[in-house]
Design a protein around this ligand. Structure first.
Ligand code: GDD
Ligand code: MN
Length: 406
């Protein structure tokens, strides 16, 4: 049978905890087709929380308590609890649950069932059909909770998940929890750690399921959540969101630098005699091809500028964007650079033609070269690069004649 440990941080919850043990452990657990355990993580409560649990554990084999040591805060309580559940109790899955009945015990069973049906990560969600927040909450409280969730959903770009701050979740140990370096989670001394833990968990989990949760009002004792906790939660979501998109952002910055290099390259080459000689030498081809784009120095400047951008993009992406995979050996850099050139050669040709054609029609000025470069990049080079990347680098598209082959 699967062993599931409900980890329940409790801090000054004397009034709630004994009733919770009766409702959850005595009434709810026997209905669930798994080996269920409750692990309370106390934080040296000033009241009798610890004593109540210790007494209950005497007569129940599946009730456990640990004391939170030197580091306090909700995140650390869970880290301690998860470690104990996995290392000492041998849990297959762990749950996060509050001690104050805001997560009514009857919602544990559907969460476990989702797990037994193959979910790796189960989220008790207030914002899906069937889920709710307390009707006792006033409008502003409901609004803050809903808008806050929407905001985090947007910054993390996780539209498929509806409740990102819920405190009621189930996590498979193998492949999900055991891949997370728990002690390195951010903001462990605050409620905000929840966002980091969620982010890491959904990265590892193959199947994520949301199960409705009717979040109940708190009856006894006081909530420990406050504005400070809320602000740190938003801050952490933004940090994680940026970190997550870092590579994409770097890629964009490198592309922009490439554009500057490209334009400066065009203007510098345009002022050299080298491109004039290239244009002159192509004069012989003129009669054959009948194209005077070939004899236009600006076309050659554009092609050389494009090549400089290719070199700049390749180098910056290698040393910065993809620095974890940085190539250092010349024997690796050269073939990879040649391959990059092969996929980028279209950009050189596009610039040669578009800029050459534009200066012939609109006049050979810096402004025409800049405008035609911007036009070429937006309407031709970006779509071209995107297609080449999909075809040859990421291999997400298949050429028609390759469809069906592996
Ligand atoms: N051990 C320990 N140490 N337990 C703590 C600590 C702590 O520092 N702080 C809070 N707890 C326990 C409480 O005793 C309770 O069982 C649970 O953690 C949740 O604390 P509440 O004070 O009831 O928080 P809340 O109801 O306002 O916040 C709920 O909503 C948040 C936002 O949606 C919780 O479900 C949070 O987990 C959730 O992030
Ligand atoms: Mn609560």
């Amino acid at each position: 049978m699967e062993k599931i440990v409900v980890v329940m941080p409790a801090w000054n919850e004397e009034e709630n905890i004994s009733r919770m043990i009766e409702e959850l452990v005595d009434k709810e657990f026997p209905k669930i087709p798994a080996e269920m355990h409750l692990l309370v993580v106390d934080n040296y409560s000033k009241d009798k929380t610890a004593q109540v649990v210790q007494d209950a554990a005497k007569t129940r084999k599946n009730v456990h308590i640990i004391e939170q040591g030197d580091k306090s805060g909700l995140g650390w309580a869970y880290v301690r609890g998860f470690r104990y559940a996995v290392d000492k109790l041998g849990a297959d899955a762990v749950m996060e649950m509050d001690a104050d009945f805001q997560h009514p015990p009857r919602f544990v069973r559907p969460m476990v069932e989702a797990y037994l049906n193959g979910a790796d990560y189960v989220i008790g969600s207030r914002y899906i059909p069937g889920g709710s927040v307390p009707k006792e909450w006033d409008f502003s409280r409901k609004f803050v909770s809903f808008a806050g969730n929407l905001f985090i959903r947007l910054v993390l770009l996780k539209p498929s998940i509806h409740d990102l701050t819920t405190g009621f979740r189930l996590t498979r140990v193998k492949g999900v929890l055991d891949k997370i370096s728990l002690e390195d989670l951010m903001e462990l001394d605050r409620f905000a750690y929840k966002v980091d833990l969620l982010y890491q968990s959904i990265k590892n989990a193959k199947k994520v399921v949301e199960v409705p949760l009717e979040f109940a009002p708190r009856i006894a004792e006081k909530s420990k959540f406050n504005a400070k906790e809320m602000i740190s939660t938003f801050k952490l979501a933004i940090i994680i969101g940026i970190k997550d998109k870092q590579r994409f952002i770097k890629f964009g910055i490198v592309g922009f630098i490439g554009f500057i290099v490209n334009y400066i390259g065009i203007e510098v080459f345009r002022r050299t005699t080298f491109v004039q000689e290239l244009a002159l030498a192509s004069g012989g081809l003129k009669n054959i091809a009948g194209l005077n784009i070939l004899t236009t120095p600006s076309s050659w400047s554009a092609a050389l500028g494009a090549e400089m951008a290719i070199i700049s993009n390749f180098s910056l992406n290698n040393i910065w964007t993809f620095k974890e995979k940085r190539l250092t050996k010349v024997s690796e850099i050269i073939p990879s650079f040649l391959k990059f050139n092969l996929t980028s050669v279209g950009a050189v040709i596009i610039q040669f033609i578009v800029i050459g054609f534009s200066v012939l029609v609109f006049g050979d000025t810096s402004l025409v070269r800049l405008a035609s470069l911007v036009f070429a990049i937006i309407f031709l080079i970006i779509p071209y690069n995107y297609s080449m990347y999909n075809l040859f680098i990421w291999k997400t598209w298949k050429l028609p004649w390759k469809v069906g082959k592996h």
